[in-house]
Structure formats: structure tokens, C-alpha cells
Design a protein around this ligand. Structure first.
Ligand code: PMP
Length: 428
């Protein structure tokens, strides 16, 4: 493996690599983001393996931000890297005019591990594309237009997915968005019942991730499915973040024993090595939408051989390494530990919650986070905000994480919370 000091991408020294990267971000990538990242002390990532990322100075960080849920298998899992490397030698991207054996196998494997009779999948390159595809499928299959979603939801930032997302900050500059669209409070079945009239679909995350790690009561998804059936609407489970072992189940909707009509996936699907997304539907629904119109929904790069090779390997690793089980066990350790930190600092932490290795620490005031996250980074642990709720810090490590690594991350969390309390005292 490349050692820290050799991974400088041709720069003379670590400081030069950091300066060059920051300047490039500031001038050519995203000036406002560059400033925020610099202020919070973000270093430059140069390589990663397992649960660890190394920066330009060779300093190691436990990755508890986890690429917002991408690195279920950890970084650069050897089985997945090898599958992609071998595929690169054969054919990298599909010529599209011929059958691709890997797309066939990846889709078959996904149908085997997906809940119930979910069968036909469309493969794309990101979570938001998977959501776009699910919305289009629901509209075409039902002949209806309205989509019901939940307040605080996050489904992506392309226009259709953004329309279903539930945070005004991200939505307002782009109004009018896709219509008709209705948002109901998360975990509110009565409001759902009322909204579903004449709807094509209800799209919902089994656990709201970016909304601040909101875990609904058991039975919510089951009742939502019944409500959809009564209304003739489809249930779309957005498992982009919760799927593939993250919440201690292969798919989080299994917690309720529910088979959705459509399920969206991305993030962990290809083991964090190649970008990928997919939605999978029951054959009857697919048939209603696209049975006679095979080209209504297509993508040039979607389902490419590299992503499929990675996904096949990643799905095998998920089962063989019992990662959902590990997520469940380590998740209990992480949540218990976070609760202990909360109990020690009640002035700083309002609540802790989670399912499997998707854990949220809700602060009493978002101002504390500005100290906690940089202090955790200083201690060698990454953590991140949730995108729709800035008061919540998420802890979302790879599912391969060990007991000792979770203990180290908890010590960093405690140090971060202590530092923020010392610096800021009691905030309103
Ligand atoms: N759906 C959910 C539930 C997500 O958490 C995310 C990303 N955080 C998305 C969709 C969008 O995925 P992407 O960023 O890959 O477009």
C-alpha cells in the first residue's frame, strides 16, 4: 500500500498539496464551500482503506462520516477493487448495442437479495437519479401525477427528487418545482391517508437520514403500505442511505416486514468503489409502465460494467462478512456510548437516536457543532452534519467497523462535546 508521504500527487510537500487543492477549490470548484471547509480545518484526503482515511501529512482518521453512507464495506475493499480492476481489462463501459452479461447478473443478484417479489431493476449512477426513475415509473404505471413525500425528507437535488425533498433552504431558489407534490409530517399516518387521494406514490425513507436520523415507530411503514394499497398509490422506499446493511437489516424496510412497490438504492450498492444507483420494482408495475415502451427511461452510463462488477462483489461481501449483523451489534455500542456522552453533557446534547450504524446526536444549539466536528477531526475522527437538520451530527461509519474503533470514535465525540461546552458554556 502507498505510504502517506508518497501519496502527495506530485506536490513537493504536504503543505503545498493542501494549498494547491484549496486554491483550486476556491477558484474552480465551489468558492463558498472552499471557505467553509477551510474554516472547519478540513485537510486533504490522499488515500483510504477500511474505516480509515489518511490526509496529506499521513495522519489517520477513522471515517465516521462514512461518505454519508457510501462506505458500507469500508474504503477500497479488496474484493471490489479486484473485480473492477479485472473488468477494466475486458470492457470498461458498455457499447450499448449488445447484451452486457454483468448488468444481467447484477440485476439478478439484486432481485435475489431484495425484499419479496421486487424483481426488475433499472441501474443509474446516483441516488437522485434512482429517485427520478422511481417517480417516473410511479407516474407511468399509475397514470397519476401527484407524489406524496415527508417533511424533512432528503431524496436528492435534481429537480424531481428535490421536489420530493423536504427542506425549503434547498427548494426555494428553484420554485416552481415538480407538481403536484404534497408533504406530510414524517410518521403521521392520518395525514398520509388524507394526502394519498389520487396520488401516484408515497416516497419515504424507512429512517430519515438527512432529516436528522429520525426513526419511526415500528409499524409505520406497514401501515403506510396499507394506506397506499387503499388509495391505489405505490409505496416507494428510498433506501439510498438505509439500504444494504446500514440499519442492521439488508434493507431497513425489513424491520417492518414490508415489501415496497419500488425501492431506490445507491451509496453502498457498489461497495464505495464506483458510483452507482438503482431502483427495483415488482414486475407487474414495471410492465404497466414500460412493458410496451422499452426506451422511455434510459441512461448512457447507467448499469455500466464497472459499476455492475463492483455491485456484484459488494453484494457478496455484504452477506459473506455478515455486515448487517455487525451493523446491529456495533450500532448498539455506538448508540449506548453516544447516550452516555449525552447524559454527561445535558446542556449540549438534546437527544441521541439511530438504527444500526446510522446514529444521530442532536445538539441543543447548532452552534455547538462548529466546535464538536473540528475537535473530533483533531482527535482523528470524521463526523458530519445531516443535510436537512444542522442541529444533528451523524455518526455513520463503515459496517466493518470494530469494537475498538467505535470506542475510539466515542472518546473523540466526548472530547468534542466537552470542548464545545468549555468554549461556549450554556447556549440557549
Ligand atoms: N435519497 C436519500 C435517502 C439520500 O440520503 C440521498 C443522499 N444523501 C439521496 C437520495 C441522493 O443521493 P445522491 O447524492 O447520490 O444523488
Amino acid at each position: 500500500m502507498i505510504e502517506g508521504r508518497d501519496a502527495l500527487y506530485g506536490a513537493a510537500d504536504p503543505a503545498q498539496l493542501a494549498e494547491e487543492t484549496y486554491e483550486n477549490y476556491r477558484r474552480y470548484v465551489n468558492p463558498a464551500l472552499a471557505r467553509v471547509m477551510k474554516l472547519s480545518g478540513s485537510p486533504v484526503e490522499t488515500r483510504a482503506h477500511g474505516a480509515t482515511i489518511w490526509d496529506q501529512n499521513g495522519k489517520a482518521y477513522l471515517d465516521f462520516a462514512g461518505g454519508y453512507g457510501v462506505f458500507t464495506l469500508g474504503h477500497t475493499h479488496p474484493r471490489v477493487v479486484e473485480a473492477v480492476r479485472a473488468q477494466l481489462e475486458l470492457i470498461a463501459l458498455s457499447g450499448k448495442t449488445m447484451f452486457d452479461p454483468l448488468l444481467g447478473r447484477a440485476a439478478k443478484r439484486l432481485a435475489e437479495i431484495a425484499p419479496g417479489d421486487l424483481q426488475i431493476s433499472f441501474w443509474c449512477n446516483s441516488g437522485t437519479e434512482a429517485v427520478e426513475g422511481a417517480i417516473k415509473l410511479a407516474r407511468a404505471a399509475t397514470g397519476r401525477a401527484k407524489i406524496v413525500a415527508t417533511e424533512g425528507a432528503y431524496h436528492g437535488k435534481t429537480l424531481g427528487a428535490l421536489s420530493a425533498s423536504g427542506r425549503d433552504t434547498f427548494r426555494t431558489p428553484f420554485q416552481p418545482l415538480l407538481a403536484p407534490m404534497e408533504h406530510v409530517p414524517f410518521a403521521d399516518l392520518r395525514a398520509l391517508d388524507d394526502a394519498l387521494h389520487d396520488a401516484a406514490a408515497f416516497i419515504v425513507e424507512p429512517v430519515q437520514g438527512e432529516g436528522g436520523v429520525n426513526v419511526p415507530p415500528i409499524g409505520y411503514l406497514r401501515e403506510a403500505k396499507r394506506a397506499c394499497e387503499r388509495a391505489g398509490a405505490l409505496l416507494v422506499a428510498d433506501e439510498v442511505q438505509t439500504g444494504l446493511g446500514r440499519c442492521g437489516f439488508r434493507f431497513a424496510c425489513e424491520r417492518d416486514g414490508v415489501v415496497p412497490d419500488v425501492m431506490t438504492l445507491a451509496k453502498g450498492l457498489s461497495g464505495g468503489v464506483i458510483p452507482v444507483g438503482a431502483f427495483i420494482a415488482r414486475a407487474e408495475i414495471w410492465d404497466r409502465a414500460y412493458g410496451k415502451a422499452p426506451l422511455l427511461h434510459t441512461s448512457t452510463f447507467g448499469g455500466n460494467p464497472l459499476a455492475c462488477a463492483a455491485a456484484i462483489a459488494a453484494m457478496d461481501v455484504l452477506d459473506e462478512e455478515h455486515l448487517a449483523e455487525n451493523a446491529r451489534e456495533r450500532g448498539v455500542q455506538l448508540l449506548d456510548g453516544a447516550r452516555a456522552v449525552a447524559a454527561a453533557y445535558p446542556a449540549v446534547v438534546r437527544d441521541t437516536r439511530g438504527l444500526g450504524l446510522l446514529v444521530g446526536v442532536e445538539l441543543k444549539n447548532e452552534g455547538y457543532g462548529g466546535t464538536i466536528i473540528p475537535e473530533m477531526l483533531h482527535q482523528g475522527v470524521t463526523a458530519a452534519w445531516t443535510l436537512n437538520q444542522q442541529r444533528v451530527i451523524r455518526l455513520e461509519p463503515p459496517l466493518i467497523v470494530s469494537e475498538e474503533e467505535v470506542a475510539r470514535a466515542l472518546a473523540a465525540l466526548r472530547a468534542g462535546v466537552a470542548a464545545s461546552y468549555e468554549k461556549l458554556g450554556v447556549l440557549p
